[in-house]
Ligand binder design. Structure first.
Ligand code: PHE
Length: 337
């Protein structure tokens, strides 16, 4: 009998080796230690043995049984772990799948247009500057050649705080802050929010501007440079349009100009949007006034500056006629962009 038990032991060893699934393992368990299992049968057979043999055989059987159980546990653990990782592999969640169900947002239309504007100037080697939204009188007005009681202050309806602080009415104070902290050459744009007391179809109390400022040694920067870059920029944004410079006035530039593009709606033939002029005003610009340089202590320099309203660009690009729809956070509107 001892010989048979040893044979069984080898057999079991071999069986474990061949097992690949939990089902096979379970079958083996039943075959060996189940009610009618081979090992169980040997235990029952003990009963009929002579007492002197019994002890030896029983010991051998117990050793084999323990051995079987530890092999069984080991095998079960490896199979379970493999099964789990196979299952995880199959059931993992593909988070990117969501994209195919819901189109990814391209961002707010104002942000889209702003990105495009900024891209142009980054490619033209401008860097980006910013300044505070709550400004002081000096940066928003005084240093920009707008002394107290200057009539041009009325052009911009200002929100005031105490202590001559205010919400900036344009991004031009960033011109001053940039010159205060940088040396030549200066080649920057300053995108940002601005605030005015205004609210109708084409005005909102908060809107966005992009300021531009280029300054270098006297004689290096001229109106011609300004004209070139703005024409190129406006064609980049609006496509095939005509561009014209119209003499105008800003306290901080001299000479100053307003820039028009041929109407994007009627191609310049005249329509309601362009008030039948064929032209749309899109930005203000000019050669930086000497008083502005004086205010920041610059000497022997020349430069140009420009400023544009992002909402106006977005309205023209997307043919939106009520600017307020940009700010009403109505998804039915925003999803169209
Ligand atoms: N700051 C002016 C405005 O808000 C725009 C401007 C900027 C004009 C720079 C000329 C030069 O309307």
């Amino acid at each position: 009998m001892l010989v048979e038990i040893e044979k069984l032991e080898q057999e079991i060893q071999q069986d474990f080796h061949n097992i690949k699934t939990t089902e096979q393992l379970e079958n083996l368990r039943v075959q060996i230690v189940g009610k009618k299992g081979k090992l169980t049968a040997y235990f029952s057979a003990l009963r009929d043995l002579e007492p002197e043999n019994k002890k030896q055989v029983a010991q051998k059987l117990n050793v084999l049984k323990n051995h079987f159980e530890s092999l069984y546990e080991d095998k079960k653990q490896t199979l379970d772990a493999a099964k789990l990782s196979a299952q995880l592999e199959q059931e993992y969640i593909d988070v990117s799948l969501f994209n195919t169900l819901k189109p990814q947002s391209l961002g707010h239309p104002i942000a889209q247009v702003l990105d495009k504007i900024v891209d142009y100037f980054i490619n033209m080697n401008f860097s980006i500057q910013s300044g505070p939204l709550i400004e002081d009188d000096f940066h928003n007005f005084e240093a920009l050649n707008l002394p107290k009681f200057h009539p041009a202050r009325d052009m911009q309806d200002t929100f005031y705080f105490k202590d001559s602080l205010l919400l900036r009415t344009h991004t031009s104070p960033v011109q001053i802050r940039t010159m205060e902290t940088h040396s030549l050459p200066i080649r920057v744009i300053a995108p940002g929010n601005v605030f005015r007391r205004d609210y109708d179809l084409t005005h909102s109390p908060m809107f966005h501007q992009v300021e531009g400022l280029v300054v270098d040694e006297m004689g290096k920067i001229s109106f011609a440079n300004l004209k070139f870059i703005l024409e190129d920029f406006l064609r980049y944004i609006f496509g095939d349009v005509r561009v014209r410079f119209r003499a105008s006035f800003f306290p901080f530039t001299e000479p100053s100009a307003e820039v028009d593009i041929s109407c994007v709606f009627c191609k310049g033939n005249g329509c309601r949007v362009c008030s039948h002029t064929g032209w749309l005003e899109v930005l203000g610009c000019g050669v930086v006034h000497s008083n502005v340089f004086k205010a920041v202590g610059y000497e022997n320099v020349s430069g140009y500056a420009f400023g544009l309203g992002v909402e106006r660009f977005a309205m023209l690009l997307h043919r939106v006629n009520d600017l307020r729809s940009f700010f009403e956070t109505d998804l039915r509107v925003l999803e169209q962009f």
